[in-house]
Ligand binder design. Sequence first.
Ligand code: ADP
Ligand code: MG
Ligand code: ZN
Length: 559
Amino acid sequence: MQQTFGYPQFRGLQADIVANAIAGQDALVLMPTGGGKSLCYQIPAIARQRMGHGLSIVVSPLIALMHDQVRALHEVGVAADYLNSALTMEESRAVETRAWRGETTLLYAAPERINTPRFLDFLDALHQRGQLALFAIDEAHCVSQWGHDFRPEYRQLTLLHERYAGVPRLALTATADAITRADIIERLQLQEARVFVSSFDRPNIRYQIVEKTDARKQLLRFIEDEHDGDAGIVYCQSRKKVEETAEWLCMQGVNALPYHAGLSAEERQRNQDRFLREDGLVMTATIAFGMGIDKPDVRFVAHLDMPKNIEGYYQETGRAGRDGQPADAWMAYGLADVVNQRRMIDDPHSPASAEYRQVMRSKLDALLTMAEAPDCRRQRLLAYFGEQSAPCGNCDNCLNPPQTWDATEAARKLLSCVWRVQQKSGIGFGAAHIIDILRGKATDKVHQHEHARLSTFGIGADLSEQQWRSVLRQLLALDAVQTDAEAFNTLRLGPAARDILAGQRPIHLRQAAPRQERGSRRPTRPASGRPADQAAQALDAAASARLADLKAWRAEVAR
Ligand code: ADP
Ligand code: MG
Ligand code: ZN
């Protein structure tokens, strides 16, 4: 590392990972973007070649990434090549010849190459001569459909294990929650591999999540107040919104460019180059932009629309502040986002399996929980990746703690109600029924099951239905209550219920926004067609749409 790369020392887990690979062992490496994953396989590749083991193959999903890495390796005098669709037949042959002669240390290959008969023959021949030193599988989350960037070609990489037994494999990724991690291990058959998990903390990034009122204006104020003249990325969900937002920002005097998959290849390249080279540009983009972009001084990443899950959020916000200087991750979040994301997951026209939808729903829920949480954002984010930490003191919630109310007693009431209902009737019931019992509503169902006789009947009349839902949402997130998907989403106690019932775990909830009673005080007048009335009607329509969304959302969350 010192001789070739000129770095004085290893960072974090690099030394252990390198030693493990040099010794010929498999590993799964989870390390955040910018953590230094490349060295983890580049150094073993150099070392193992010197030990006589031959060539290392690096599987990488993006041509641009390969080019950058190979160029950087050439600069430090390491023999590296790549094979991808950008090469002519002749160039590919030349690359293979060099590798065959033992002149190459690292060969980068696109995943779809791996399954071509020609390339497999080539690998087979090397393997027979004992000249395959290592397989590095970069961006390994691409193998999992639970990951945020599934690439079917990655599935074929299973054959490496079967066909080239004994050649060590190193799978590396910057994001993988528990379920994706398990999936990578299974798909790549890394059950025996050591798992190295670095801290995912990016201490220089300040996380802020604001409630959406007028997202564009909020964004503009954020940029003007805190990032005037800085380089940043603004993520939007649709191509149309990308274009509109870029245009609008330009009109407001912000130097913005669009980027999405619908633009021509040249325009995308041109905008990307400008973003990398010039100072203070704001890239307005869909998530098509970003992977492999190594611009150190991105000072903010803003989300005008909520990502699908925490992995996406972490990955996208992680593009800010790679130079270690203070940077902001800012997101505007509203009910419409939630409704949209749910709709996409539940879209009956999509071919997604029930299992897939279920996983996506729970991933989205985790992001919602984080967005709604009154406590440290960073702590929540890290906890999602299995990391314990103390409140950071540098996120919006740490800096300006939101108003909360103590819901500990309410949580205990709810839990005992779930318990008593189950005891009495021998079966579980859904959220709405439990809340009816708590609020003392004598519905038909309550009568039918004689639930008005329960000691918990009416003990929660002091709270609104909305408040109960928020308590329940929190308890679901904490795993104190679980839903039984097999039995109509009925509620039952979860493992965390005990501590809460015993009063050992205080629960604080973000104060619900004051409820908007829709126009009830306003005297009703016949519509006269005057502009003021039209405006009032439009407002009413917007309010009912919002209310409908709110109801749909609550129903979803309650389920
Ligand atoms: P990742 O693939 O994990 O996102 P990279 O491998 O691209 O990260 O490394 C990010 C940056 O950190 C690169 O500029 C790399 O040269 C630098 N780097 C990696 N390891 C070290 C180290 N031990 N000391 C100094 N710089 C390092
Ligand atoms: Mg990398
Ligand atoms: Zn914090």
